[in-house]
Ligand binder design. Sequence first.
Ligand code: ADP
Ligand code: GN1
Ligand code: MG
Length: 366
Amino acid sequence: MPHDLQAVSRQFQIAGKFTEAVPYGTGHINDTYAVRFRTLGGTVRYIFQRVNHNIFRDVPRLMENIGRVTAHVRGKLAGVPGSDPDRETLTVIPSRDGAPFHRDPNGNFWRAYIFIEGARTFDIVESPAQAYEAAKAFGGFQKQLMDLSGPRLHETIPDFHHTPKRFAKLEQAIAKDVKNRAAKVKREIDFALAHKAMTGTLIDLLAKGELPERVTHNDTKINNVMLDDKTGRGVCVIDLDTVMPGLVLYDFGDQIRTTTFTGSEDEEDLGKVQFKLDLFEALIRGYLDAARDFLTPREVEFLAFSGKLITFEIGIRFLTDYLDGDVYFKTHKPDHNMYRSRVQFERVRLIEEQDEAAARIVAKYR
Ligand code: ADP
Ligand code: GN1
Ligand code: MG
């Protein structure tokens, strides 16, 4: 393990004796550890994370966002009988000097959260019921944040879902081709170039005032929501680094991308990638059960499209990173980002085939 978690953990206000730390989860950005402490009452776990400060350039502001968002959600839960705020929102553990993070001598930023026990995340959903619960939880999270007061949240990554700017970055990467990889992904590049026209769809509607800016999560992949081991219900929306002003459609779209397909995000055998309308239907039902009363007609109109757009956006981000030499997403094998981009483009193609069926499902539940 490249980091001394015992030393890091001493910097936080945690009672008990450090016993072990293990790398945890499958996130592509931060370094996450489950850290166990022995206390008089038994063992207690915490999540420790080294925040990737190459990607999140202003961690203190990012943690300020998370502090505001979790305090707001906690306030909402206080009015809900039977709710458990320590499980239903992230709880930031303060450092010894009372800050929401600790900066180590190497310049790394560390934070600690209460470990949400009795619940887990999934990289691939196993049933429509899980899709329903996950979507309801993400919709509920947006709803909880609709009346967040105070100044606009900081943009932790500027233009995070500005798809046309993402496309421009791809064009630059193709032109530079620093690793001489463009030839190997010619088909993916051709696919991307052929889809340029749709990149501005949502951003343009936002600019025209036809879609509202709201507080959104911006990284609603299925493994960023925890489902209860016993009831299967959505317990807690996690990974709050990108909670900032945005469009609800990018949130819903990323749920389509990560919840309605068989096969993993980096599957090498594209034959295993299938779009499942029963999962899509469950997702729509779950999301609308939480969000129906606040969505505008224009937002509802673009729900089915949102999946295609963000799946394309993530596809071009993987492809860009492949061409750039794998500098952004963690990779675990050669050509990993190439395989990831292929799967996203296959997903886009499959959504296109089912455009009308998907629209009919939205119409049924709106
Ligand atoms: P990344 O930004 O790298 O994706 P995440 O914040 O999503 O990092 O954390 C990675 C994984 O760690 C999650 O998918 C989840 O399984 C687990 N995890 C994160 N926070 C908690 C928590 N408070 N309690 C339990 N598990 C957690
Ligand atoms: C990253 O952090 P993680 O693994 O939940 C990425 C998302 C991508 C996703 C693709 C901050 O999410 O935008 O959609 O990988 N997060 C950031 O799997 O870039
Ligand atoms: Mg995550």
